[in-house]
Design a binder for this molecule. Sequence first.
Ligand SMILES: [Zn+2]
Length: 689
Amino acid sequence: MNARRQVAAVVFLVIGIAPLTAQPRASAWHGRAQALVRADSIDAALRTLTAEVRVAGTPAQTRTAAWVIGRFRQWGVAADSDVYEVWLPHARRAALRWRGAWLPLAEPPLPGDTQTALPAYPSAAGYSAPGGVRAPVVYVHFGLPEDYRRLDSLGVDVRGRIVLVRYGRAFRGIKVREAERRGAAAVLLYSDPQEDGNARGPVVPVGPWRPPQSLQRGSVYNGAGDPTTPFRPSRPGTRRAPLDSAEVPRLPVLVLPATAARALLADLGGPEAPRDWQGALDAPYRLGPSADSAEVVVEDDRDARPWKRVVNTLARFPGRAYPREQVLLGAHRDAWGPGAADNASGTAVVMEVGRVLARLWRAGWRPARTVVLATWDAEEWGLIGSTEFVEGDSAALFRHAVAYLNLDVVATGASFGAGGDPVLRPLLRSAAARVPAPTGGGSLLALWQRQTGQRQPPMEDPGGGSDFEPFYNHLGIPHLDWGFAGPYGVYHSRYDTYDWLRRFGDPDLERHVAAARLGLELVLALADTAVWPYDFGELARTVAGEIESLARAAPTLALGPLRAALDTLRAADQAFRAATARPLRGAAAQARVNAELLAAQRQFVRPEGLPGAPWTRSLLFAADPDNGYATLALPGVRLALRRGDAVAAQRELDDLAMRLRAAAAALRRASAALRRPTPPRRAGPSSRP
Ligand SMILES: [Zn+2]
């Protein structure tokens, strides 16, 4: 039990009239919850979800929403759909002709795995432009700015040409943006075996890696949410931005298996590619341009039926003491194929948490705060379902959401990992200490410690790439995510099936069980703990590390005021911890303490957003706009440095120091509220989105 849980346990005993005391102690519910998790019910959900290809906007994917809602209602839980109308053109045809022949792009079904024969989405990227292009081909390595600088130095121009780009290093949307900026006519994204194929190990069906006929689908849209409704929910009939202002590619983008890339490379010609640009294909890696033209064709339904229904599901356990305060757990339900690991796994775990909470509810459990269990649609196209939900309710979420927990790809192997906002990391570690490891022999925390060789296993900083982005990057709501990773070669292919998951990802489903138990521990702690379990000591340590890394990167920056502000925050955190060691003076004091904790945590959200990126409001971590997946710590400062604007960087540092001092002041008020029986004034967050 950590310090905060002790506080919670004390509060249950002390507040004689508070609704919390009507319950057994939190720990009793925790133990019952863990014991109720069942592999067979997770298995049933996985089988049902993977029985169809769940591409957003298709009737099959809409049916899965009805099924999820039906399950929750069978368990006696209030559940509903949350529907949006989104600009989401679907590809109808994707083809590539080379030297007189149409290259095979479809992934062949595997004998013995019927899910690999389900209808497949064409080999075009999500949000590819339609069109037909005939042009010579140039190989551009990962297609990142440094690669184009190298091509410039070698005298290779990509204007008007088709670029062949390897997957890896950055989000595919960034690769397409860079190609478009340089005047390319079309983009071919391919999976090199060095990335996730036979250069890594045995391929499907023998091993978990990508076979050469397999391809990685995916969206090439760099924004979040419906491209026609920035900052607003895309309800039917809402005002739309003109389509020509949408931040989507203007050129066709195909996704290729290694076999097609090999056919192109075999006859590309031109100078040899630099040695470090060579991949693992059995072909000469030359830069081109090819003497022959390739022909790229993408056809879609944007003229006939570009608007699609996107359907989230929301299940609610209403809070008894603080119904407006929310704890959210979510996973995306859509996929590019059968999507077993990505993300039937996360959806099944959210549903298992719901099934168990429903059992607790029937046994008398009533959460202090409202618990919301969500499955999101159209994550794969640009976090669309979750973003529209957040944009539709941003003021209430900003003021009342305690945490957002995200599950995306729960089990592709044995290595446990987790990430999230520093203020919640100690909560996750203490929860992991109470969950048995899937392998037996101790707790999940102990397994994690053994696997990382560290007493306090490192956790990933928030970045980009899943549904936590609208919650954290846009509103600053702290989030956590977790899962078990391994060799995952079938990402976004039709081979990400139930069979793959049971053979390679999680043979006994024990990792799914552990992920669900951890989810229950976190939800119960967040929903019932008297004092919001935010840890500003961990936040101060994390920011201190980032400041030292800034000091090395930019020695001329004046970091003194920032270090002093951090000291202030550390001192306030220590005083707060000392104050929480004593019992709370009543429900009013508890509400005031939590209001001040909210005010402290939301200090690091700037309503007007980052310069040039107004949707991104979190000032501690954001997705790197030049990578898409990677994390950018202190993004305001680092983006200013990247622009070469030292004055703006210093202004951002001063702003951060001011916010750290304001967070410390809120913590001091929280400590005071713990000491005083009757607070003199109301507190609230100092900024709103
Ligand atoms: Zn996913």
